[in-house]
Design a protein around this ligand. Sequence first.
Ligand SMILES: [Zn+2]
Length: 168
Amino acid sequence: MSTARTKDDYRKQVYDFLKDIYVVCPACGRQAIVLTPELSAGKKNEQEIKLICAKCGHNKRLDEKPDSVIHTTPYKTMTGKYTIIGGTIDPYFHLPLWFTAKCGDHILWAYNYEHLDFLYGHVEAKLRERNIQEMKNKSLGSRLPKWMTSAKNREMILKALTQLKNKK
Ligand SMILES: [Zn+2]
Protein backbone atom coordinates (compact mmCIF):
# COMPACT_ATOMS: atom_id res chain seq x y z
CA MET A 1 0.00 0.00 0.00
CA SER A 2 1.23 3.48 -0.73
CA THR A 3 0.42 4.98 2.63
CA ALA A 4 3.95 5.45 3.89
CA ARG A 5 4.22 9.03 2.79
CA THR A 6 1.18 10.27 4.64
CA LYS A 7 1.71 8.27 7.80
CA ASP A 8 3.96 10.44 9.88
CA ASP A 9 2.25 13.72 9.42
CA TYR A 10 -1.16 12.29 9.84
CA ARG A 11 -0.39 10.50 13.03
CA LYS A 12 0.03 13.72 14.96
CA GLN A 13 -3.61 14.59 15.06
CA VAL A 14 -5.59 11.41 14.50
CA TYR A 15 -5.80 10.55 18.18
CA ASP A 16 -8.58 13.09 18.42
CA PHE A 17 -10.70 11.11 16.03
CA LEU A 18 -10.56 7.55 17.27
CA LYS A 19 -13.99 7.39 18.85
CA ASP A 20 -16.05 6.16 15.91
CA ILE A 21 -14.23 4.78 12.94
CA TYR A 22 -16.01 4.09 9.67
CA VAL A 23 -14.79 1.02 7.83
CA VAL A 24 -15.78 -1.24 4.96
CA CYS A 25 -17.87 -4.08 6.36
CA PRO A 26 -16.01 -7.37 5.86
CA ALA A 27 -19.33 -9.17 5.41
CA CYS A 28 -21.25 -6.96 2.98
CA GLY A 29 -18.82 -4.28 1.77
CA ARG A 30 -21.00 -1.42 2.95
CA GLN A 31 -20.36 1.16 5.64
CA ALA A 32 -19.75 -0.31 9.08
CA ILE A 33 -18.48 1.35 12.23
CA VAL A 34 -15.86 0.49 14.81
CA LEU A 35 -16.99 1.84 18.16
CA THR A 36 -14.33 2.47 20.73
CA PRO A 37 -14.70 3.56 24.34
CA GLU A 38 -12.88 6.58 25.60
CA LEU A 39 -9.22 5.80 25.29
CA SER A 40 -6.99 6.83 28.12
CA ALA A 41 -3.24 6.69 27.90
CA GLY A 42 -3.21 3.92 25.35
CA LYS A 43 -5.27 1.60 27.53
CA LYS A 44 -8.06 -0.19 25.84
CA ASN A 45 -10.68 -2.64 26.82
CA GLU A 46 -10.97 -5.21 24.05
CA GLN A 47 -14.53 -6.14 24.97
CA GLU A 48 -15.67 -2.58 24.51
CA ILE A 49 -14.21 -2.16 21.05
CA LYS A 50 -16.81 -3.38 18.59
CA LEU A 51 -17.35 -3.62 14.89
CA ILE A 52 -20.99 -3.04 13.97
CA CYS A 53 -22.63 -3.02 10.56
CA ALA A 54 -26.11 -1.54 10.59
CA LYS A 55 -26.61 -2.66 6.99
CA CYS A 56 -26.18 -6.43 7.35
CA GLY A 57 -26.07 -6.90 11.10
CA HIS A 58 -22.50 -8.15 11.16
CA ASN A 59 -20.89 -7.45 14.50
CA LYS A 60 -17.80 -8.50 16.33
CA ARG A 61 -15.98 -7.58 19.51
CA LEU A 62 -12.27 -7.05 19.37
CA ASP A 63 -11.67 -9.88 21.80
CA GLU A 64 -13.32 -12.22 19.28
CA LYS A 65 -10.80 -11.35 16.63
CA PRO A 66 -8.08 -13.97 16.31
CA ASP A 67 -4.66 -12.84 17.48
CA SER A 68 -2.21 -11.67 14.86
CA VAL A 69 1.41 -12.67 14.61
CA ILE A 70 3.38 -9.78 16.03
CA HIS A 71 6.88 -11.10 15.86
CA THR A 72 8.50 -14.30 14.66
CA THR A 73 11.97 -15.64 15.26
CA PRO A 74 13.20 -19.12 14.37
CA TYR A 75 12.58 -20.02 18.01
CA LYS A 76 9.26 -18.52 18.88
CA THR A 77 6.26 -16.66 17.58
CA MET A 78 4.63 -13.84 19.49
CA THR A 79 0.95 -13.27 18.90
CA GLY A 80 -1.51 -10.75 20.19
CA LYS A 81 -3.51 -7.71 19.26
CA TYR A 82 -1.87 -4.61 18.03
CA THR A 83 -3.00 -1.15 17.19
CA ILE A 84 -2.10 0.59 13.98
CA ILE A 85 -2.53 4.34 14.08
CA GLY A 86 -2.19 6.32 10.92
CA GLY A 87 -2.91 4.29 7.84
CA THR A 88 -5.79 3.50 5.56
CA ILE A 89 -7.05 0.81 7.92
CA ASP A 90 -8.71 1.05 11.30
CA PRO A 91 -6.37 0.71 14.27
CA TYR A 92 -8.01 -2.35 15.84
CA PHE A 93 -9.58 -4.72 13.33
CA HIS A 94 -7.30 -3.52 10.53
CA LEU A 95 -10.20 -3.21 8.11
CA PRO A 96 -10.05 -0.78 5.20
CA LEU A 97 -11.34 2.66 6.12
CA TRP A 98 -14.58 3.78 4.54
CA PHE A 99 -13.26 7.26 3.82
CA THR A 100 -10.30 6.89 1.51
CA ALA A 101 -9.66 8.58 -1.81
CA LYS A 102 -6.76 8.75 -4.15
CA CYS A 103 -5.48 12.30 -4.58
CA GLY A 104 -2.71 12.41 -7.12
CA ASP A 105 0.14 10.37 -5.63
CA HIS A 106 -1.35 10.40 -2.18
CA ILE A 107 -4.10 8.69 -0.29
CA LEU A 108 -6.53 10.90 1.51
CA TRP A 109 -8.18 9.18 4.44
CA ALA A 110 -10.27 9.96 7.47
CA TYR A 111 -11.70 7.97 10.36
CA ASN A 112 -15.10 9.63 10.52
CA TYR A 113 -17.23 12.66 9.61
CA GLU A 114 -15.66 14.77 12.32
CA HIS A 115 -12.23 13.99 10.93
CA LEU A 116 -13.39 14.87 7.39
CA ASP A 117 -14.70 18.18 8.67
CA PHE A 118 -11.46 18.83 10.50
CA LEU A 119 -9.43 18.22 7.35
CA TYR A 120 -11.81 20.27 5.24
CA GLY A 121 -11.74 23.15 7.69
CA HIS A 122 -7.98 23.30 7.76
CA VAL A 123 -7.37 22.93 4.07
CA GLU A 124 -10.00 25.58 3.43
CA ALA A 125 -8.46 27.85 6.05
CA LYS A 126 -5.11 27.48 4.32
CA LEU A 127 -6.78 28.64 1.15
CA ARG A 128 -7.98 31.79 2.87
CA GLU A 129 -4.78 32.42 4.79
CA ARG A 130 -2.43 31.99 1.92
CA ASN A 131 -1.15 35.54 2.16
CA ILE A 132 -0.87 35.71 5.86
CA GLN A 133 2.58 34.31 6.45
CA GLU A 134 2.64 34.56 10.20
CA MET A 135 -0.49 32.43 10.53
CA LYS A 136 1.18 29.58 8.76
CA ASN A 137 3.07 28.03 11.60
CA LYS A 138 0.65 28.88 14.34
CA SER A 139 -2.47 27.40 12.86
CA LEU A 140 -3.48 23.84 13.51
CA GLY A 141 -3.35 23.36 9.79
CA SER A 142 0.41 23.33 9.93
CA ARG A 143 0.09 19.89 11.47
CA LEU A 144 -1.29 18.51 8.24
CA PRO A 145 0.96 16.92 5.66
CA LYS A 146 2.39 19.41 3.21
CA TRP A 147 0.79 17.85 0.16
CA MET A 148 -2.62 18.53 1.68
CA THR A 149 -2.06 22.20 2.17
CA SER A 150 0.11 22.94 -0.84
CA ALA A 151 -1.62 25.45 -3.07
CA LYS A 152 -1.79 23.23 -6.10
CA ASN A 153 -3.57 20.41 -4.29
CA ARG A 154 -6.06 22.28 -2.13
CA GLU A 155 -8.92 22.45 -4.58
CA MET A 156 -8.54 18.79 -5.43
CA ILE A 157 -8.48 17.83 -1.77
CA LEU A 158 -11.54 19.88 -0.86
CA LYS A 159 -13.38 18.24 -3.73
CA ALA A 160 -12.30 14.77 -2.63
CA LEU A 161 -13.31 15.48 0.98
CA THR A 162 -16.75 16.61 -0.17
CA GLN A 163 -17.17 13.47 -2.22
CA LEU A 164 -16.15 11.30 0.71
CA LYS A 165 -18.61 13.04 2.99
CA ASN A 166 -21.42 12.15 0.62
CA LYS A 167 -20.23 8.59 0.06
CA LYS A 168 -23.09 6.18 0.55
ZN1 LIG B 1 -22.26 -5.40 6.61
